[in-house]
Design a protein around this ligand. Structure first.
Ligand code: NOJ
Length: 568
């Protein structure tokens, strides 16, 4: 049978034997360039020190000027802000700090008028403990909402240990004396996990999704979704499981069944895109989330790439290997997300590049070149277009993030070195990526007329949008050029990817090829001049963009040099 099929293939015209991969069909979400806005830190319109929707509205022309085609907004729903909006107390209302539903409608209209789509965060692994569902749920064991969450009656003894990412004691079970029971929270105590086994919970979520889709939004980013399904018998996990908790938490039970149901009930009925945070534990998990035939989601964020840098550096060879491996696993089916930063990471240039003055702008532009020339949908974090850097706060009082603050308290109780903790936080804490957007050199970087909720990075006087608007070769203007290049060249979206000079420990070189069009991308990821070894004659190539702005240096790449060539 298989031989017969092969013979048939051999006898078919060449075009069929060289068929396009199954995932080469054009879709707007594959061509999208997504700009992530962290609303709390983007622009404050009313002087309360917190970014808001009116602030974003006032910057719509700036967003348009970037050329990006979609915006992903971190959660803007009502929330007591234990985790900056990732603890939702009303999914159909706007957080007071951020404004009103009228502001939201105006924002959506303003984005659409500029041909920019809007992707909303959907946070349904957990709600806030201040959500009405949880208030009801905890009120009595017989509440109709009891099964909206995971409860363990204390009469049955202590529940088997579950690790919490944000809890002071790392304990995901919180005892509630009101009903003498424990509730489960993978994140903070104020973020109880919803019980997806309960069909009523799922119906509520689909209703919420329809509410926003009916308003005309264009997509959902599913927060922590890989964790929603749990074995609700709560078996004991091996000691030390928390070191590799994703293996135990991700992609459990009927997760795919829930996604197929969500697709049928909501996603398939609207022109919306969907992307899950987390891609499970291996390629098979990732494919099961996103392969078109399964009718689940469009994309997932895998963490292998973004997790690479450590405080003492990282290996460029490792980075190349990880991104190449993911590309090849998705060469035919499924679709990738490409990103180096988001609101859960410290700044891209401080982690993957070099934030010291001589190299900050160059390395930042080089990293942007990488994101905008890889196969997959790019997600680009606000402020990175300026090359914003880590603030690196040295005092715990300057940190705001529940994760950092609770971990600090945890370390304090367990007698670990707090000095070491702060050192690590200076490099990797999430607040590094959450300091206010640096608009200009005026007070508080032009972000607010009040006192910002988290300090501005003092380098705003030299790194800001106003200055960069005026410099033709600034990070900002370079980013705009990259965006245009990607938009004008489908080869950068759909073209196949081939790694060159694989063993070069400094340079990341690759080609992108589509229907006779070919581009070559050379990126020096290090501060030393490095030679790239390829048999491609650069003399015949046409340089399209380089980050030095002085023309390319040829086979010897200068520190952090990035060049894009069109090949004949
Ligand atoms: C992932 C989000 O990106 C992060 O910011 C949040 O703290 C957790 N999920 C919990 O919602």
């Amino acid at each position: 049978m298989r031989i017969a099929a092969m013979l048939l293939l051999l006898s078919l015209p060449g075009s069929l034997t060289h068929a396009q991969p199954a995932n080469a069909d054009r879709k707007w979400w594959k061509e999208a360039i997504v700009y992530q806005i962290y609303p709390r830190s983007f622009k404050d319109s009313d002087g309360d020190g917190i970014g808001d929707l009116k602030g974003i509205i006032s910057k719509l022309d700036y967003i348009k000027s970037l050329g990006v085609t979609a915006v992903w907004l971190n959660p803007i729903y009502s929330s007591p802000n234990d985790d900056n909006g990732y603890d939702v107390s009303d999914y159909r209302n706007i957080m007071k700090d951020f404004g009103t539903m009228e502001d939201f409608d105006q924002l959506l209209k303003g984005l659409h008028a500029r041909d920019i789509r809007l992707i909303m965060d959907l946070v349904v692994n957990h709600s806030s403990d201040e959500h009405e569902w949880f208030r009801q749920s905890r009120s009595s064991r017989s509440s109709p909402y009891r099964n909206y969450y995971h409860w363990w009656n204390a009469g049955n003894g202590k529940p088997p240990y579950r690790y919490s990412l944000f809890d002071v004691n790392h304990d995901a079970w919180c005892y509630d004396s009101l009903t003498d029971a424990y509730y489960l929270h993978y994140f903070s105590r104020k973020q109880p996990d919803l019980n997806w086994e309960n069909p009523q919970v799922r119906r509520e979520v689909y209703d919420i999704m329809r509410f926003w889709a009916d308003k005309g939004i264009d997509g959902f980013r599913l927060d922590a979704f890989q964790f929603v399904a749990k074995d609700t018998t709560f078996p004991a996990f091996p000691t030390g499981f928390e070191k590799n908790f994703t293996r135990y938490y991700a992609m459990q039970g009927n997760l795919h069944g829930y996604l197929q149901e969500m697709n049928k009930e909501v996603l398939s009925r609207y022109d919306v895109m969907s992307v899950a945070e987390g891609a499970g534990n291996n390629f098979e998990d990732a494919h099961n989330l996103v392969d078109a035939g399964r009718k689940e989601l469009n994309m997932a964020y895998a963490f292998d790439g973004v997790d690479i840098p450590k405080a003492n550096g990282y290996s460029v060879l490792h980075l190349k290997e990880v991104f190449s491996r993911w590309d090849s696993a998705f060469a035919q089916d499924g679709w990738l997300s490409i990103f180096l930063a988001n609101h859960d990471q410290a700044r891209m240039v401080s982690r993957f590049g070099n934030d010291k003055p001589p190299y900050r702008a160059l390395s930042s532009k080089m990293l942007s070149t990488f994101i905008l020339t890889m196969r997959g949908t790019p997600y680009y974090y606000n402020g990175d277009e300026l090359g914003m850097t880590n603030a690196g706060f040295s005092k715990i009082e300057d940190y705001r993030d529940v994760q950092t603050l609770n971990e600090y308290r945890h370390k304090k109780t367990s007698g670990d070195s707090l000095e070491q903790f702060i050192k690590t936080a200076q490099f990797s804490a999430r607040d590094n990526g959450r300091t206010p957007f640096q608009w200009d050199a005026g007070g508080q970087a032009g972000f607010t007329t009040g006192t910002p909720w988290v300090k501005v990075n003092p380098n705003y006087t030299t790194i800001n949008a106003a200055i960069q608007e005026k410099e033709p070769n600034s990070c900002l203007n370079f980013f705009r050029q990259l965006v245009q290049l990607r938009k004008n060249n489908p080869v950068l979206v759909y073209g196949s990817y081939r790694l060159l000079d694989k063993d070069n420990p400094y340079v990341y070189a690759y080609t992108r090829t589509l229907e006779g069009k070919k581009m070559l991308i050379l990126l020096n990821f290090t501060a030393q001049a490095s030679t790239v070894h390829t048999d491609i004659a650069l003399g015949k190539a046409t340089m399209l963009l380089d980050n030095y702005g002085t023309g390319p240096g040829g086979n010897v790449l200068r520190p952090y040099e990035a060049v894009i060539y069109a090949l004949p």
